[in-house]
Design a protein around this ligand. Sequence first.
Ligand code: PAF
Length: 283
Amino acid sequence: MQMQRIEGIADVLRAVKAARRGGRRIGLVPTMGALHRGHAALIERAAGDGCFTVVSIFVNPAQFGPNEDLARYPRPLENDLKVAMAAGADAVFTPAASEVYPPGFDTWVEVGGGLTDRLCGASRPGHFRGVATIVLKLFNMTEPDRAYFGEKDYQQLQVVRRLARDLDLPLEVVPVPTVREDDGLAMSSRNKYLSPEERVVAPRLYQALKTAAEAAASGERRASEILRRGVEIIETQPAFQIDYLEIVDGEGLQPLNELKPGAVMLAAVRLGNTRLIDNIRLT
Ligand code: PAF
């Protein structure tokens, strides 16, 4: 069947209800567009699970700070439609900001501070409130059985899981592994901002995480020592400015002194005007 392009909230609900009546489960892949192979992996997974797959494309103003890149965030819609179709989407939902946030809109979703104030939340105040609000709204608009999120945005994934759990949302949050370029750089719509020189440096971040993870794999338990190995690699590139590099428990995202099962290392660095985030599991 041909992929549908849907703009109205009432129309997307009609489409998913029709698909459900036809015996399909609904899979939602929420995105802000500028789709790359990481997004394609989410869509392929949803379609592979047999879901009627809705890809939402909405650059959500509520999750950008005043000095962030809302205005210049890439919006290559024609290409996005091609990527979504090739990956197996049944519908692409592109709501208008005026319908998502009509005049007078003033209800916000806050996931607890322990998960949202730290890490990315510390340098992007209000970001996760914007994410949680739009994600819950998208869930209400599309009534998914499953919603697919990339592990690349690890903190976001945990925030959405907590949202679903605490509000008893009748859906499954499905994590999908990070897709990387051949040199290890995690796919991100913001990689487009990197200059050619910065693009050469950027994969060092993943090398740092891998080096740290190797230390953990070979028996090192002290978080400080594992972090030191990572910092050492990052600091070989003066262009990087570390925002944070932390070892946390994989669910509550609280810092650990000693490794325990489920530990994850999370990193955010600035490279010129671009903020890169990445993460790796430590075993
Ligand atoms: O990960 C993203 O692209 C966004 O944060 C999301 C989940 C689509 C909410 O706007």
